[in-house]
Design a protein around this ligand. Structure first.
Ligand SMILES: Cc1ncc(COP(=O)(O)O)c(C=O)c1O
Length: 344
């Protein structure tokens, strides 16, 4: 990416840092399908410890992680409760139906945060005549709500009712470190409220590829078989795990900068187009800009010519995601480009 490009479409555009590239080149490797890749094994142990869980499993992507978990924790015909705008519901190609044969039942939420009473009322126990709710999924941070963070108490309340009613709880924590840094909540506290959690190395943490599942030994053993079934058993994964290790060891605390930059972007845009963004709702690194009756595609197209890249999320909505690739100067350039494209 040339220096002059301000890449705000997604934090997945982040490229590995020089330290990651060095670690990848030097990684000690083995065959991970045999469980013999030392770098991957060390990363899994480190992540299990960090999240306070018994075991961890490296997978190729966030989507693969979600699908491995769903298949590992359900039976065909089971029902899964989830926020109706979750990534799993919208962006994973119907995989829960195609791969696991489960019914996804979307619930309304307040910025991605489910209401424990709604969850309690929605769970159906096993009977011979109605769907059986087996799993409750949450997403923290919640992408479609602009990177909103689950308050720990809210998560606790939902997990409590789910467990009381015999369900297991899974957190799609693709950006769990953003939640942790923003809320000052250790990731192990979030993980403690669920039976399984996944997170991505390849978003704001900057690693090129990979996600991690954490949970019990029993869950991880099952997930390992399912991963293999889906073609996700990879060989010398140490080259990927080495970059992921640098990500988790060095790139977490700096996420606070991305959050400050997202806030600055939101404030700048709100001054240009009143009502298009509420900076008070920007909790982490994602900013949605509602351009009203203007066309998102037009505005994004004009900014592209100025080297500023934003994502036309829907006809009148633009998404920006900050990352270490975009410093404060890039944010100020983006604000100017937005003014030129949207107002002039
Ligand atoms: C909340 C959430 N979960 C899962 C994923 C899937 O990750 P991947 O694109 O690596 O499959 C994403 C990707 O953006 C996401 O935002």
């Amino acid at each position: 990416m040339p220096e002059s490009i301000v890449e705000l479409r997604s934090d997945t555009f982040t490229r590995p840092t020089p330290q990651m590239r060095r670690a990848m080149a030097e990684a000690d490797v083995g065959d991970d399908v045999f469980g013999e890749d030392p770098t991957t094994n060390a990363l899994q142990e480190r992540c299990a410890e960090l999240f306070g869980k018994e075991a961890a499993l490296f997978v190729a992507s966030g989507t693969m992680g979600n699908q491995v978990v769903i298949k590992s924790l359900t039976q065909p015909g089971d029902e899964v409760l989830i926020d109706e705008r979750a990534h799993i519901v919208t962006y994973e190609m119907g995989a829960p139906a195609a791969i696991s044969g489960v019914m996804m039942r979307g619930l309304p939420s307040r910025r991605g945060v489910l209401d424990p009473d709604v969850v309690a009322d929605s769970i159906r126990p096993p009977t011979p005549f109605a769907n059986h709710t087996a799993l409750v999924c949450v997403e923290n941070t919640h992408q479609a709500s602009g990177g909103s963070v689950w308050p720990l108490d809210a998560l606790r309340a939902v997990a409590k009712v789910a467990h009381e009613k015999g369900c297991v709880v899974y957190c799609d924590g693709a950006r769990i470190f953003n939640a942790s840094v923003a809320a000052g909540v250790p990731v192990r506290d979030y993980a403690a409220e669920g039976d399984a959690l996944s997170f991505c190395f390849s978003k704001g943490l900057g690693a090129p590829i990979g996600s991690m599942l954490v949970g019990t030994e029993e869950f991880v053993a099952r997930a390992r078989s399912v991963r293999r079934m889906l073609g996700g058993g990879m060989r010398q994964t140490g080259v990927l795990a080495a970059a992921a290790r640098v990500a988790v060891d060095t790139m977490v605390q700096r996420l606070a900068e991305d959050h400050e930059n997202a806030l600055r972007l939101a404030e700048g845009v709100a001054e240009i187009l009143a009502g298009s963004v509420d900076p008070d709702q920007v909790e982490t690194n994602i900013v949605f800009i509602d351009v009203g009756d203007r066309e998102a595609l037009d505005i994004v197209g004009k900014m592209w010519e100025d080297g500023v890249r934003m994502f036309p999320y829907s006809p009148h909505l633009i998404r920006c995601v900050t990352s270490y690739e975009v410093g404060r100067e890039g944010i100020e350039r983006a604000i100017v480009a937005f003014r030129d494209a949207a107002v002039r």
